[in-house]
Design a protein around this ligand. Structure first.
Ligand code: GLU
Length: 484
């Protein structure tokens, strides 16, 4: 490993879904590595055995694959610093915890659960551990161990002074050492805590930049002290701004389910494309220099991403903005790919139309999420009963009476159209309007309503008729006329 290679990591706990915030962390960590010709590492943090979820690692790896975040080292692909799953590294943590004990920076604690519980009850909330075992003699420790007493290993925090570090995004952060708890490093079950093992792993895996959510901002002095205790070089810390959601009253609070989908999987279900999600997330807390351009593919982001474009201000998740990105990426899809992706979203009524290329092409440019295919394609399913008031249009001065005479005259013209394509139908209706001394807009309005029975349609009269085909369109016009 060359000394100046940037190495970043994404270190998720396997929870069973990928929160948007975690995905943004993965993305930024990935982009920092790629923009610096560095390495991106994935490490699974599964030492909290009570919270394990079956299949959760697959969800993480699948998300990375779907979003294009390829990693150089990690589960499945391996690497020189593995294993990359913490539960497979237990012996490593044991050894390093013992090293800290030997150096006087950690200690064995034999306090029973009952004693700790009573401390919580007696002390003020948050009073924490009273350091009861901090100064046990070597003999006492050895006797307890020989007696097979259950123990944890705690970090011996300095009692005076301050510990600080420079965060690349939030600037200088420091804490009074007297406020630091003697936190647990190794639990009674032999597993390390996150607080300990992520530091050991980040060091052993040569991580140069720790990129993660700002919830770790204030605990990081404790981690910095661990680096110091081992005599290891601290990494660069990049804590990312919080992601907020907009509340109905206009205020903001931490993004939660009530704001909308909060996992990558739910966003996919709601019809957002991975490319759009990635592009949007890139801008959720970062912006490029010297450009107002907002559409960037992952390949482009890899070239221009930089830490100094990351903001510390909380970012507000805006579903409308995401939809705007999404409509762009939907339009960019080749038609066949769009049809394949849209297919599962069609409802029962419209399933039969999912393979209709002309309908798909019309719908593709007019939706911002995939489930909207149903709203846009609804006209294809059949002619609904509708109120003849729909024929009334002030601008074109149309109404139901006029519709009756226009439809009576125009149906034979359409029935005999030489060809059934949009341009020709358009020219036919225009000429027809001129012949009848009517505004073209009036004729188009009437035909569009008569053929769809809907006030709002994804296209004009001739586009709808082209999609429906001659027989269906003419039959609908006749039905509508008969209802007048
Ligand atoms: N496993 C931690 C989490 O999922 C990772 C935090 C870190 O990146 O250090 O929140």
């Amino acid at each position: 490993m060359s000394n100046n290679t940037v190495r970043t990591r994404f270190a998720p706990s396997p929870t069973g879904y990928m929160h948007i915030g975690n995905l943004r962390t993965a993305l930024y960590s990935y982009l920092i590595a790629r923009a610096n010709q560095g390495k991106f590492i994935v490490r699974i943090e599964d030492t909290d055995q009570e919270r394990l979820v079956d299949g959760a690692v697959d969800v993480i790896l699948k998300t990375l694959k779907d979003t294009g975040l390829d990693y150089d080292e990690g589960p499945v692909v391996g690497g020189d610093f593995g294993p990359y799953i913490q539960s497979e590294r237990k012996d490593i943590y044991k050894k390093y915890a013992q090293e800290l004990v030997d150096k006087g920076h950690a200690y064995y604690c034999f306090c029973s659960k009952e004693r700790l519980d009573s401390l919580h009850k007696e002390g003020e909330i948050g009073a924490g551990y009273d350091r009861h075992c901090r100064d046990l003699s070597k003999e006492e420790v050895e006797k307890n161990l020989a007696d097979g007493k259950s123990y944890v290993i705690r970090q011996k925090m300095p009692l005076e002074g301050v510990t600080g570090y420079d965060d690349a995004i939030f600037g200088h952060i420091e804490t009074e050492n007297s406020e630091l708890q003697d936190q647990i490093l190794m639990k009674a079950d032999g597993f390390p805590t996150y607080n300990f093992c992520h530091v050991v792993d980040d060091h052993l895996m040569g991580i140069t930049h720790v990129v993660r959510g700002s919830e770790y901002l204030t605990s990081t002095p404790k981690y910095a002290l661990l680096y110091d205790a081992f005599g290891w070089e601290r990494p660069v810390y990049c804590h990312l701004p919080l992601i907020m959601g907009k509340n109905e009253d206009g205020s903001v609070s931490k993004l939660a389910k009530r704001h909308g989908a909060v996992s990558f999987q739910d966003l996919l279900k709601n019809g957002y494309l991975p490319e759009a999600i990635v592009n949007y997330l890139a801008f959720l807390g970062w912006c490029p220099k010297d450009t107002t351009e907002e559409f960037f593919t992952l390949e482009e982001l890899k070239k221009i991403f930089s830490i100094d474009g990351i903001s510390k201000a909380p970012a507000v998740f805006d579903y409308e903005k995401l939809a705007w990105f999404n409509s762009h990426y939907i339009k960019e899809l080749p038609l066949d790919k769009f049809m394949e992706m849209a297919k599962p979203y069609y409802n029962e009524e419209l399933k039969a139309f999912a393979d209709d290329e002309r309908l798909a092409a019309m719908v593709q440019t007019r939706i911002s999420t995939l489930p909207e295919v149903n709203e846009k394609a609804a006209f294809a399913a059949g002619l609904p009963e509708f109120d003849s008031q729909l024929y009334v249009n002030k601008k074109n001065k149309t109404n139901a009476d006029m519709a009756k005479s226009v439809l009576t005259a125009v149906i034979p013209v359409l029935e005999n159209a030489e060809q059934w394509d949009n341009d020709l139908l358009f020219a036919l209706l225009k000429d027809f309007a001129a012949d009848q001394e009517l505004k073209a807009g009036a004729v188009m309005w009437i035909v569009r309503i008569a053929v769809s029975g809907m006030a709002v349609t994804p296209g004009g009269a001739t586009e709808l008729m082209t999609v429906l085909g001659r027989d269906e369109a003419v039959a609908r016009l006749k039905t509508s006329l008969s209802r007048l």
